[in-house]
Design a protein around this ligand. Structure first.
Ligand SMILES: Nc1ncnc2c1ncn2[C@@H]1O[C@H](COP(=O)(O)OP(=O)(O)OP(=O)(O)O)[C@@H](O)[C@H]1O
Length: 592
């Protein structure tokens, strides 16, 4: 399991320069710059208020010495503490709120992008890994905007303040100090990419963990039936262990950076002591000035430590940004508003494939090799052929999930590239072979593609798909939960729910990928009746796996190895085509 495994295969953003990541990182702050400046300033004021404490304490002691009343000074001291704490808390809150706002904005844009991705890109991405990009990668960003940015600003101020004071005291010793401190800077620059790489690998491993777990949960029954629990547990924990290892690597480099910072101040101390001592010995400098300078030197410790910490957080965030960017850099489809469309514009449409050439990828075999056929408007056309002949691919191309490399596809006499995508998909009804049922109620499943469907329309769709009896038997009718992945429904019922869902969009062309699973006689008969009835109102193109379906079809297209081999009615094809005759006699078309 390498770092590359969990990344999009074409890794568009893997090649993006750091500049892109920085721009994205800081671009997010732009809308919140007021909050950032205010939050950071308040935090600083709160911190500096702490510095006023010794002065105020002195006034309390002075008052005590003079025998004056303590109540006033003590009240002043308490008020200063309280006000300082409140200001710091307010500043902190503003920064945290800004961080949450930025995380939300990032998640929104990521989710928006993911749901609009093109199908071929999603084919390559792993769902669990995408989830981790939306969840944990975006969470990692927050620390940058709350701690790192404000911390950097504060520590830069403190650092500059100390440097100015030291410059006023002794320019030469300052140069010695900065010379040593610059070494830390160089070391930090060398270490930063290592922290970033380790963090990226840790996040990739977490993504991998998500995708392995997702795979196991998707096929939970198969995992159990195959006795594969231990292996899947090992795969998930393996990814988690890798994340730990990379986290430890990042921690090791962070410790080196922290220790380096502290050591450099110690070294600067020794260097200043050496150079300053020599100058004191030669009478060029007072001992008291050297002592004061050395004290100031230690003022540098806190800001340098904070800068190192901020730098580390930035590296982790840059790793997260890289993974987020890999998704946001992918192409998305144009927005589709695929509602049910206006009444009356749902006349059946035909389909034509003209010399269509298609392969799923540059390195994949050709699936369609100059496929041409025509399906007239209205009625039922069946697509048959051996497994892998490219039948489901026909549907994927009509829906424009994929683009052919050559040839044209016409729907309703119009090239599908000329249809606005939302309009094209609104004209199509698509029933997948394993017809997924979405977790939720029966009603939610029905109106998924047509949220504004009326009760009459729902009742009609239920009656047409022969689901009305089933709904009556369900404990809460349409409001019954059909559970995660519809475990309550049989394969045939799931297909009929999918058909009802498609019908509620009043499609001009219904694409039905018939379930290959065996249906019981009642379900099979119902499904056949449903399809025959729908074919009276709209065009139905069905990928048929049953003889009973093809015998009812007006026309049959036989596909083989990426081409159209023959077409005609059942009787004609039984007469004229060997492959069809063979298919009709074998399990691909099961006799009813
Ligand atoms: N998303 C995909 N990415 C890459 N290759 C794919 C993809 N979908 C299908 N294929 C390949 O394309 C070829 C045709 O697949 P398709 O699903 O169109 O065949 P089919 O005739 O519908 O088969 P079946 O009857 O078994 O469903 C197969 O070799 C398949 O492995």
């Amino acid at each position: 399991m390498g770092a590359d495994d969990a990344e999009p295969e074409n890794r568009p953003a893997g090649m993006l320069r750091d500049r892109g990541s920085w721009r994205l990182l800081f671009g997010q702050v732009r809308p919140h710059r007021k909050a950032l400046v205010l939050g950071a300033s308040l935090s600083l004021i709160g911190t500096f208020a702490g510095l006023a404490m010794p002065v105020l304490a002195k006034s309390v002691i002075d008052a005590f010495g003079k025998g004056a009343g303590l109540a006033g000074p003590l009240a002043g001291l308490s008020a200063a503490v309280l006000v300082g704490a409140l200001i710091a808390a307010w500043g902190r809150f503003l920064l945290e709120r800004m961080g949450e706002g930025i995380v939300l904005a990032t998640r929104k844009s990521l989710v928006e992008r993911i749901l609009r991705l093109k199908v071929p890109d999603v084919d390559r991405l792993k769902p669990g890994d995408l989830l981790s990009r939306v969840g944990s990668d975006t969470t990692l960003l927050r620390a940058v905007y709350t701690d790192a940015l404000a911390g950097t600003v504060g520590s830069v101020f403190m650092f500059l303040g100390a440097v100015v004071l030291m410059a006023i005291m002794d320019g030469l010793l300052l140069l010695v100090t900065l010379g040593v401190v610059a070494l830390v800077g160089l070391m930090g620059l060398a270490i930063a990419p290592r922290i970033r790489r380790a963090s990226l690998e840790a996040q990739v491993a977490l993504g991998e963990m998500g995708s392995v777990l997702d795979r196991a949960l998707q096929a939970f029954r198969t995992v159990k039936a195959s006795g594969a629990e231990s292996r899947e547990i090992a795969a998930v924990t393996g990814a988690a262990t890798l994340a730990r290892d990379r986290g430890v690597t990042a921690a090791a480099w962070t410790s080196v950076a922290g220790t380096g910072a502290w050591t450099s101040v110690q070294l600067a101390f020794i260097a200043v002591l050496g150079v300053g001592g020599a100058r004191v010995a030669s009478g060029a400098m007072e001992v008291s000035a050297l002592i004061a300078f050395l004290l100031y030197l230690f003022y540098l410790v806190a800001p340098i430590g904070q800068l190192i910490q901020s730098l580390t957080q930035l590296q982790v965030a840059m790793a997260a940004i890289t993974r987020i960017q890999e998704v946001t850099a992918l192409d998305s489809e144009p927005e589709t508003h695929g509602g049910p469309g206006r009444a009356g514009d749902r006349t059946p449409v035909g389909v034509r494939f003209d010399g269509v050439v298609f392969r799923y990828g540059e390195d994949r075999p050709v699936v369609h090799d100059r496929v041409s056929f025509e399906v007239a408007a209205g009625g039922m056309t069946a697509l048959v052929g051996p497994s892998g002949a490219g039948k489901s691919t026909v549907f994927g191309l009509i829906e424009r999930f994929y683009e052919p490399q050559a040839g044209t596809i016409l729907v309703g006499g119009r090239d599908i590239r000329e249809w606005p995508l939302g309009e094209l998909r609104a004209a199509l009804g698509y029933v997948e072979q394993d017809a997924p049922v979405l977790a939720g109620t029966f009603r939610e499943n029905l109106v998924f593609g047509a949220p504004e469907a009326t009760e009459e329309e729902i009742a009609r769709a239920l009656a047409r798909t022969r689901l009305d009896g089933l709904v009556e038997r369900l404990p809460s009718g349409l409001e019954t939960l059909v559970g995660h992945r519809g475990v309550l429904l049989s394969g045939g019922e799931r297909q009929r729910v999918a058909i009802a869902r498609a019908l509620l969009r009043r499609p001009s062309l219904l694409l039905l990928d018939e379930a290959t699973s065996q249906l019981d006689a009642v379900n099979e008969l119902r499904l056949r009746e449903v399809v025959a009835e729908v074919a009276r109102e709209t065009t139905v193109l069905v990928i048929a796996h049953r003889l009973s379906t093809v015998t009812g079809a007006d026309r049959i297209i036989v596909m083989e190895a990426g081409g159209v081999r023959a077409s005609g009615t059942h009787e004609e094809l039984v007469e004229s085509d060997d492959l069809y005759r063979e298919l009709a006699a074998t399990q691909f078309l099961v006799s009813s």
